[in-house]
Design a protein around this ligand. Structure first.
Ligand SMILES: Cc1cc2nc3c(=O)[nH]c(=O)nc-3n(C[C@H](O)[C@H](O)[C@H](O)COP(=O)(O)OP(=O)(O)OC[C@H]3O[C@@H](n4cnc5c(N)ncnc54)[C@H](O)[C@@H]3O)c2cc1C
Length: 498
């Protein structure tokens, strides 16, 4: 970022900041600060002028108002597991990080109304566990659930493994409390299912990646806890068979298919190599494998016969006869189901230890997945000989984490970067032609900002810029992420940090 754009906050500002949050709300240890400046993949994109951890909405409001007065920019931060470089500073020294980590209270659980009210810094897994202690269920589930926070899940509109049945994080929200970019608090903390009083403001902040305000609290929906769950690991001949399998499963399970995850043998190889405690559920190697889960909130019937597992067994036997399934194992207990899920959720972590690779988080209509994979693999392998595609992802949602390992011989990310640039255009052009999305669930952040500008229509960009300008006229909320108001503002080339 050119120095001309950067002006570090004054010492007067920093003194006032400390006065608002107190010593325990300022992170000064250099190692602890470095954590807040480094994204999950280990990239440091910029440096923060300060890292603050307010303890209440009043403190968040005062910090944001102070930043508004001094023109200091703010990067809201949750668990720092986002994959688009959105939760870290991208400039050097004129942004503060505002971490919600200290605002981690569960305010209320209402099992009768099926709601939970939480502060933004509550870790996702804590929300799941709290719901379970009330015989309830919070369905958002993803590999980072032990460290990501609900404010981050809301701000990225995270998806994960259960969207097929329950929807994404946006569908979990009844109300929000948000600190606006001038420091005012918008109290939209309602638990109404029906509320047609004008524009739906909460929907603006969900998925905004911290560019429109700071989410401080949320009223979430919770659900009856599943009591009868069947989990299977399958081999299928190709994605077309996987699609047919899924389509029939929805009827066979009374529309209780809660997850359908597609995996590729090359991706699984990396997991078994790098992640301790994982081993292949099936004896033979199969290019395409599926993790499928059916779950019902009805208790397992006493005779067992009409439960999820026997029905799944019958359905898979039928699919095997038709050649849609080549091999299958159904988990016999929770521990075995947990082992299957551990493998599925380890893809991102294994990717950190593997050869250079790049990954595209894309979606197309579910029925286009087989033809899309075939065409995209062919086009990318032609452009980059030796490339090793291993698409996987939330197949039930049409969402692929389309991953490519670099050709053998390319040893580092820098060597792969020029090829990633070529792949960016090929993959995203093909997604666009298929009426798909260049970001299914990870967001835009700084990594895909230029891609968003390239693929969204002028009308859509105009509306987004108008919203950003109306809510954040000084441009202090998470600059360099999602959308540029000034098209001349320099940005990072995402292909170098993907
Ligand atoms: C192993 C792994 C698996 C993953 N699996 C999935 C998956 O299956 N599905 C999926 O959708 N994503 C997945 N992700 C990415 C996902 O987006 C994040 O894990 C999660 O939703 C981000 O939450 P966080 O608290 O870590 O947010 P951060 O990374 O801290 O921030 C993400 C964005 O939200 C903003 N933000 C954070 N808190 C607030 C707030 N309170 N108010 C306003 N803005 C805020 C930040 O500024 C940033 O723009 C995965 C990530 C990892 C590392």
């Amino acid at each position: 970022m050119p120095d001309s754009l950067i002006s570090a906050p004054s010492s007067e500002f920093l003194d006032k900041l400390t006065a608002i949050v107190g010593e325990k709300g300022i992170v000064s240890d250099p190692q602890a600060r470095a954590f807040h400046e480094t994204d999950w993949r280990g990239f440091v994109l910029g440096r923060a002028a300060a890292v603050v951890k307010p303890g209440s909405v009043e403190e968040v409001s005062a910090v944001v108002a102070l930043c508004d007065q001094h023109g200091v920019k703010i990067v809201p931060q949750g668990g720092l597991t986002g994959l688009m470089g959105a939760g870290v500073p991208v400039r050097d020294g004129d942004e503060i990080v505002l971490s919600l980590a200290r605002m981690n209270r569960i305010i209320e659980v209402n099992p009768t109304a099926y709601t939970m009210t939480v502060e933004a810094g509550v870790v996702l897994q804590t929300i799941q566990e709290t719901a379970a202690t009330h015989d309830r269920y919070f369905p958002i589930s993803l590999g980072a659930q032990g460290s990501c926070m609900i404010g981050g899940n809301l701000s990225t509109n995270a998806g994960g493994a259960t969207v097929l049945h329950y929807g994404n994080t946006r569908s979990m929200v009844l109300g929000l409390e948000v600190v606006l970019p001038d420091g005012r608090v918008w109290d939209g903390l309602r638990s109404l299912k029906k509320d047609n009083t004008g524009y739906d403001l909460k929907d603006l902040f969900v998925g905004a990646e911290g560019t429109l305000g700071v989410i401080t609290k949320a009223v979430l929906k919770i659900f009856p806890k599943p009591k009868d769950v069947a989990t299977a690991w399958l081999a299928v001949p190709d994605p077309k068979a996987a699609l047919e399998l899924l389509s029939g499963a929805r009827i066979a399970a009374d529309d209780n298919v809660t997850s359908c995850e597609l995996m590729h043998q090359l991706g699984l190889d990396g997991i078994y190599k790098h992640i301790p405690g994982t081993q292949p559920p099936l004896q033979d190697r199969h290019t395409w494998q599926i993790l499928m889960e059916w779950s019902s909130t009805r208790p397992i019937p006493p005779d067992g016969a009409s439960g999820m597992q026997p029905r799944m067994e019958a359905y898979l036997a039928d699919c095997m006869e038709k050649g849609l399934v080549q091999d299958a194992v159904i988990a016999q207990n929770e521990a075995q189901a947990g082992a299957f899920w551990k493998i599925r959720e380890a893809h991102a972590e294994a990717g950190r230890h593997d050869d250079p690779a790049c990954s595209f988080d894309i979606s197309v209509a579910v029925e286009k997945i087989p033809s899309f994979i075939e065409a995209c693999n062919a086009a990318c392998e032609k452009a980059v000989p030796g490339l090793r595609p291993r698409p996987m992802g939330h197949m039930g949602d049409g969402n692929l984490h389309y991953t490519f390992s670099a050709p053998a011989g390319i040893k580092d990310r820098a060597g792969f970067a020029p090829m990633v640039k070529v792949l960016d255009r090929i993959v995203h052009d093909m997604v666009s032609e298929a009426d798909g999305s260049i970001s299914a669930e990870h967001g835009i952040g700084s990594v895909k900002l230029l891609e968003l500008e390239h693929y969204r229509s002028q009308t859509e960009l105009d509306v987004m810029r108008a919203i950003k300008k109306a809510l954040d006229p000084k441009g202090i909320m998470n600059p360099g992420k999602v959308i540029r108001v000034d098209p001349d503002e320099p940005v990072r080339d995402g292909s170098t940090i993907r």
